[in-house]
Design a protein around this ligand. Structure first.
Ligand code: PEP
Ligand code: MN
Length: 335
């Protein structure tokens, strides 16, 4: 349920209302927007008489939220959520950030070369997998702890914040200095993992599962937010369809739908969506045009020899050109 308050309601009156609502055992989520203050109620609201609240002097409107996701719902929080990682890297509310780097961390030299290149091209966050979710157990599984150490070293040298994927909650202590924790497509519905990530105070980039609906993505975000961590960045990375020319099918309509339904920022990953370097540019431009709050692009200094996802990785030169084109699209659509 959401209660929109009238303009210029005094703080004491608002607190009194909140106190009374809390006596029903519901949790309160307050959103103080530029134009309106919204009091969101999470939990069992069936015993609360909406007509009684509607009749209060300070109340403008009362609406029951039919969607099962509450904290992620735009009705709860009409303004866009802006997730600030650093001064330069922020997602949402008009802030657009590029995340770039290799699929997997392979060596210190590889990560540093790529980090310097993507930073020079305008990337705001460095990506790299240390724990890799591979389909085959015989494929490269990542450098694990050593991979995170290499990313942190690149962060220290370049100043770029880092994002890397978590696969097991037991590894959480290794992620202490990681700036954004990624939950990959395969773990989007690993609910115990999501609940644990709800207890920390760090941005989480949540990727859409291979065969999950937009509502399921939002419900997974809700798992993290319900625990108190509201810094969730959603990521559309394509879903599995009958199509075989691309690795997945990029659902760009999800960007528009998610922006309508939720206040959370939405990032698009054209690399995993298409699986082919030559399709990354057009899909990156389309994502920027349709309102994505950022892009995640795989970049490798030597794609043919990459230990993972070489065919979809851009060279630093290709990435640089894509960034120039993306900036033009952003300028054009914001005019
Ligand atoms: C990745 O970003 O490295 C990755 C494995 O992506 P996804 O979970 O979207 O497949
Ligand atoms: Mn990859």
């Amino acid at each position: 349920m959401i209660i929109a308050l009238k303009k210029d309601v005094r703080k004491e009156e608002r607190e009194q209302l909140i106190h009374w609502l809390e006596s029903y055992g519901v949790r309160i989520h307050l959103s103080e927007g530029e134009y309106q203050t919204v009091v969101g109620l999470v939990g069992d609201t069936t015993r609360i008489d909406t007509d009684l609240i509607r009749g209060l002097e300070i109340v403008d409107s009362v609406t029951r939220i039919s969607e099962p996701f509450k904290k992620a719902n735009r009705k709860f929080h009409p303004d866009d959520t802006v997730i600030r990682v650093t001064e330069e890297a922020a997602f949402g509310g008009g802030r657009f950030t590029l995340i770039a780097g290799p699929c997997s961390v392979e060596s210190e030299e590889q990560v540093e070369t790529i980090a310097r290149a993507v930073k020079a091209s305008g990337a705001g966050v460095l990506r790299g997998g240390a724990f890799k979710p591979r389909t085959s157990p015989y494929d490269f599984q990542g450098l694990h702890e050593e991979g995170i150490r290499i990313l942190l070293e690149a962060k220290r040298r370049t100043g770029l914040p880092i994002i890397t994927e978590i696969m097991d909650i037991a590894h959480l202590p290794l992620f202490e200095q990681v700036d954004i924790i990624q939950v990959g497509a395969r773990n989007m519905q690993n609910f115990e993992l999501l609940k644990e990530l709800g207890r920390i105070n760090k941005p989480v980039l949540l990727k859409r599962g291979l065969a999950n609906t937009i509502k399921e993505l939002l419900m997974s975000a809700e798992y993290i937010m319900a625990g108190g961590n509201e810094q969730v960045i959603l990521c559309e990375r394509g879903v599995r369809t009958f199509e075989t020319y691309t690795r997945n099918t990029l659902d760009l309509s999800a960007v528009a739908v998610l922006h309508e339904l939720s206040h959370l920022p939405v990032v698009v990953d054209p690399s995993h969506a298409t699986g082919a370097a030559r399709y990354v540019r057009p899909m990156a431009l389309a994502a920027a045009a349709c309102g994505a709050d950022g892009l995640m692009i795989e970049v490798h200094n030597d794609p043919p020899h990459a230990l993972c996802d070489g065919p979809q990785s851009l060279t630093p030169e290709q990435f640089d050109e894509v960034v120039t084109a993306v900036k033009k699209v952003l300028t054009a659509v914001r005019e």
